[in-house]
Design a protein around this ligand. Structure first.
Ligand SMILES: [Zn+2]
Length: 372
């Protein structure tokens, strides 16, 4: 797509240059560790997680392969981020083309060099071009939430998928797994306090968790990217239109695109978190918990009431195949389990805040970002 979308690329270059000047810009700065030291740390963590030596040796090299890019829109952001977004976007573009639409060609993709978890589409005025940007830590967020989710689910699949449930017994059940509760709390505390994963220990997936974990994480990422492409393809350029309706429409579009990516990322393994939309449900419900924490720390500064709630959005995603009872049942099962687990996590996070966590997080944020 060289020499295309000049207006979008010019506008992005200006936005990027300004963002890169900010004191908390997330440009990659080598932290003094040599590459060999980083590899050794990674190998150690994988060994602890139960991986065999041959597999560790293979992954040592795979992690450092990032490929070549034709266009670089976000120079200097963390290694591999723009390559990863390009990879995801190319598959989403292909699925959109199969639906018979080529307007995605007018979208440039970029990494926003700022902390936090966000994905957004900026329309370039006077043109039909757009810029899809995700924040530098979006992929980390998906990875950690996916890992915590899979660990929660695997702690007792029969419990989390049983027909009858109530929130207070689910809370008691999860409190009996203190390492999992602590992992969730650290993820939310780290991202709401610092906008990054800095306070979360590195615990790679075990060989047993690996294939489920990867499918959940990729499904979250694909949903986020497909949702933003949806805003562009559906022509959401009029600011007078109802943003709630537009969100539902972009979700519906993303769910349709994700169905077409059913064999991602493993060609021989179907991904139910893509086909049912449950990856999207996990993205939406985890972000809602994060936003509510950020709001409490900043006294409601970032409330966005123009958006529908996660549960309204998940209800629409999980009931979209109303005319196909078999599909509907699987969709409701996977999305229902996500809602159940995440409602429990939300309640525990809220308890943590009520018990004084709010002040700790606000202090962390103040120290890292200066005055608020
Ligand atoms: Zn949206």
């Amino acid at each position: 797509m060289k020499n295309q979308n000049d207006a979008a690329r010019d506008l992005w270059a200006q936005i990027f240059a300004r963002a890169a000047e900010e004191p908390d810009a997330t440009l990659h700065r080598p932290d003094g560790q040599s590459e060999a030291e980083q590899r050794e740390l990674m190998a150690h963590a994988l060994r602890e997680a139960g991986w065999p030596e041959a597999e560790i040796a293979r992954r040592k090299y795979a992690v450092h392969f990032h490929g070549e890019l034709e266009n670089v829109n976000s120079p200097g952001v963390g290694p591999g981020l723009e390559f990863r977004l390009t990879y995801l976007s190319d598959r989403v573009r292909r699925a959109i083309s199969e639906i018979g639409n080529t307007s995605h060609e007018k979208v440039e993709i970029a990494i926003d060099p700022k902390p936090g978890v966000s994905a957004s589409l900026t329309n370039v005025i006077m043109t039909d071009e757009g810029i899809l940007a995700v924040s530098s830590f979006l992929f980390r967020w998906c990875g950690l939430v996916a890992r915590a989710y899979v660990r929660t689910l695997h702690s007792d699949v029969a419990h989390w998928t049983s027909k009858v449930s109530d929130l207070s017994s689910d809370q008691k059940f999860l409190l009996n797994k203190p390492d999992i509760v602590l992992y969730w709390l650290r993820i939310f505390a780290s991202f709401s306090g610092t906008g990054t994963h800095a306070l979360v220990p590195f615990r790679p997936s075990s060989p047993y968790e690996f294939h489920v974990f990867e499918r959940v994480a990729w499904a979250m990422e694909y949903f986020a990217v497909a949702h933003e492409f949806g805003h562009h393809v559906l022509g959401h350029r009029n600011i007078d239109d109802d943003p709630k309706v537009q969100e539902f429409q972009a979700d519906g579009f993303a769910a349709k695109v994700c169905e077409r990516l059913e064999f991602e990322p493993f060609p021989l393994l179907q991904n139910p978190y893509l086909t049912t939309g449950a990856g999207g449900a996990l993205m939406l419900s985890s972000l809602e918990i994060l936003r509510s924490l950020e709001d409490r720390i900043c006294n409601g500064a970032s409330v966005a009431e123009s958006h529908p709630t996660a549960s309204e959005r998940i209800a629409k995603i999980s009931s979209r195949n109303l005319m196909q009872p078999e599909k509907l049942e699987v969709d409701q099962e996977f999305n229902g389990t996500v809602v159940r687990v995440m409602s429990t996590v939300a309640a525990l996070v809220s308890d943590f805040i009520d018990a004084g966590g709010e002040k700790i997080l606000a202090d962390i944020r103040r120290v890292l970002r200066g005055t608020m």
